[in-house]
Design a binder for this molecule. Structure first.
Ligand SMILES: Cc1cc2nc3c(=O)[nH]c(=O)nc-3n(C[C@H](O)[C@H](O)[C@H](O)COP(=O)(O)O)c2cc1C
Length: 274
C-alpha cells in the first residue's frame, strides 16, 4: 500500500507537507503535488506532521492516518506570563494524602505521556503503576537494602546522596525514599531502545506538568531510579520482563500541601557566541 494518498481536488500545492517532513522523504513533483521520494517510504517515522500541517486535509498517511488526528480551529497559546507561571508553579510534592488514585484518573494522567517528544518518534515506553501499599513497601525495602549495602561499602555515592540519613529516617519509620506516596509510576523500555532514558524523562515531565490539572501531585523518585539501574532486585520484584529495563520512576498521589510562593532559581548562565 502507498505510504501517502493525496486528494488532488483539495491539495493547493503549497508544499507545506514537504517542508514539514522531518525525514525529508517527500518531494513536490513538477505537477506541484507531493509524492514520496522513490525508495524512501521506509524512512517515514509516523510523526503525522505531513498530515497535520495541511490546511485542507488533502494528504493522508497510512502510518499516521488523517482520521486519527484531532482537528483544531485554533491552537491555544498561553500568554507568556501565564505560561511561565504555570511552568514555575510545578512543584515536587513530598506530602501526600493516603487515599489512592482511582485507576481511571491514573490512566488519564498517563495518557499525557504519549504526547511527549521522542527520538525519531520512537515512543516505545511501557508504564507500570504500583498501586498497593504492600507493593510500595516492597519497593521501599529493596531501595533501603541497596542503600545499606552502599553505605556499608563506604561508597562515595551513598554519602553524596545523603543515604545514611535517609536510612536512619527509614529505620524510624520516616519515608524519604517514596515520601509515603500512595503510588509509583514505573516506566520501562526494551533494553535495545537507545533513546529510552531521555524519552522517559520527557514523558514523565509531561505527566508531572499535567498532574496539577487533575488535582494530583508527583515527584521524581531518583533513589528508586538509581537503585533500578544498579541492581536487578527491583525489576525482578516488579515483574519487569527480562528484555526490558526500568528507565524512570515517579511518585504520584493527591497532594497534602499547598505552596504560596514561587521559589527562585540560580540566575541564568548564558553566553552568546560572538
Ligand atoms: C531526576 C530527578 C530525581 C529526583 N529524585 C528525587 C527523589 O528521589 N526524592 C525527592 O524528594 N525529590 C526528588 N527530585 C526532586 C528535586 O529535588 C526537585 O525537583 C528540586 O528540589 C526542585 O524542586 P521543585 O521540583 O519543586 O521545583 C528529583 C528530581 C529529578 C529531576
Amino acid at each position: 500500500m502507498a505510504l501517502i494518498k493525496v486528494d488532488e481536488t483539495k491539495c493547493d500545492q503549497d508544499g507545506a507537507c514537504v517542508r514539514a517532513c522531518p525525514a525529508g522523504i517527500l518531494t513536490q513533483q513538477a505537477s506541484g503535488l507531493p509524492a514520496v521520494v522513490r525508495g524512501m517510504a521506509q524512512f517515514c517515522i509516523a510523526c503525522g506532521h505531513c498530515t497535520a500541517v495541511c490546511p485542507h486535509g488533502a494528504l493522508d498517511n497510512v502510518r499516521a492516518p488523517l482520521s486519527t488526528q484531532t482537528p483544531l480551529e485554533r491552537f491555544p497559546v498561553l500568554d507568556p506570563e501565564t505560561a511561565l507561571t504555570f511552568l514555575r508553579s510545578r512543584r515536587s510534592i513530598r506530602c501526600y494524602k493516603p487515599e489512592p488514585v482511582p485507576r481511571e484518573l491514573m490512566e488519564k494522567l498517563l495518557q499525557a505521556a504519549r504526547y511527549a517528544p521522542s527520538g525519531h518518534n520512537s515512543q516505545g515506553l511501557s508504564f507500570l503503576v504500583v498501586e498497593k501499599p504492600e507493593h510500595m513497601k516492597g519497593v521501599k525495602e529493596r531501595v533501603a537494602r541497596w542503600m545499606k549495602a552502599l553505605v556499608d561499602s563506604g561508597s562515595e555515592l551513598a554519602h553524596k546522596f545523603h543515604m545514611p540519613g535517609i536510612l536512619r529516617a527509614y529505620e524510624q519509620g520516616q519515608d524519604r525514599i517514596l515520601r509515603d506516596a500512595p503510588h509509583l509510576i514505573v516506566v520501562t523500555a526494551a533494553k535495545d531502545h537507545a533513546p529510552a532514558r531521555v524519552t522517559t524523562f520527557l514523558a514523565l515531565e509531561y505527566v508531572e506538568l499535567y498532574a496539577t490539572s487533575l488535582g494530583l501531585g508527583t515527584c521524581w523518585a531518583g533513589y528508586v531510579n538509581t537503585c533500578a539501574q544498579m541492581t536487578p532486585d527491583l525489576a525482578a520484584f516488579l515483574g519487569i520482563p527480562d528484555d526490558h529495563v526500568i528507565t524512570g520512576t515517579m511518585m504520584v498521589g493527591y497532594p497534602d500541601e499547598i505552596y504560596h510562593r514561587l521559589p527562585e532559581r540560580n540566575p541564568l548562565d548564558l553566553r552568546w557566541l560572538e
